[in-house]
Design a protein around this ligand. Structure first.
Ligand SMILES: [Zn+2]
Ligand SMILES: [Zn+2]
Length: 248
């Protein structure tokens, strides 16, 4: 499978990146994981706009789902005619949230999306075996494990340290993990990971490679976060960039 980073800025778009959105492809199937602010722009560099086969929204914070609203226009008003609905796997309430953000009168969006409520478990999407579990964030949020062809990609979504994160990432070839906070700062609990905590999770889960994401460029020093992660994880560590591609 192939991972393409469409956006990786944490919490709000950065000067160089949209918010979280990741394209995962295998056997011609295109799965979009998160659809944060600004990422619809980047999506057009790597995919035909209409050829998204399924979407997972890990949680309903704006920086992970807001471009699912703007994408309604793309499919509903395509010059060649309305496009068929796309399956969206998301926490309950996603339809109402997207509809409310899209229109003042909460018009239905089921012509564009078919919603499936996420709950902890394992299920297929196209060629992928997907496992999701609740992670440690103030609203209902799911970390994701994606398996295909004997390879494993794990994605933390937004989370503070927690056991489900370690299970999802166990033995993953690539661990795409958020690192929003600086180690040693007075960080609020139950929200995000530091670089050091991302590194610790990578070590405990025994992953092949740690990809750091969801840094907030305006607020944190990337070098400090990387240094803390490297100190806690002996394997390769990399900060993802928009447009970065990983074949696994
Ligand atoms: Zn976020
Ligand atoms: Zn969040």
């Amino acid at each position: 499978m192939r991972l393409t980073v469409l956006g990786c800025a944490g919490s709000f778009p950065g000067p160089e990146s949209a918010c979280s959105a990741y394209l995962v492809e295998a056997e011609g199937f295109r799965l979009l994981i998160d659809f944060g602010s600004g990422s619809l722009s980047a999506l057009q560099r790597y995919s035909d706009l209409n050829k998204i086969d399924a979407i997972i929204l890990t949680h309903l914070h704006c920086d992970h789902m807001l471009d699912a609203c703007t994408y309604i226009v793309v499919r509903r008003y395509d010059p060649s005619g309305p496009q068929p609905p796309v399956p969206v796997y998301a926490p309950l309430g996603a339809a109402e949230r997207i509809s409310a953000a899209y229109s003042q009168d909460n018009e239905p969006v089921d012509d564009v999306y078919t919603f499936y409520g996420l709950q902890p478990g394992t299920f297929p999407i196209g060629p992928f075996t997907i496992t999701v579990d609740r992670v440690n964030h103030p609203i209902e949020t799911y970390g994701v494990r994606i398996e295909q062809g004997g390879r494993v990609l794990a994605y933390s979504s937004d989370t503070a340290p927690c056991e489900p994160l370690l299970r999802l990432a166990a033995g993953a070839d690539l661990f795409l993990c958020e690192a929003s906070y600086l180690d040693g700062a007075d960080n609020p609990p139950g929200l995000h990971l530091t670089g050091g905590e991302a590194g610790e999770a990578a070590t405990k889960a025994d992953v092949g490679k740690l990809l750091l994401t969801h840094l907030v460029p305006a607020w944190v020093s990337e070098a400090s976060i990387v240094d803390a992660a490297v100190a806690a994880f002996a394997g390769p560590v990399e900060v993802v960039r928009p447009g970065a591609r990983y074949d696994l």
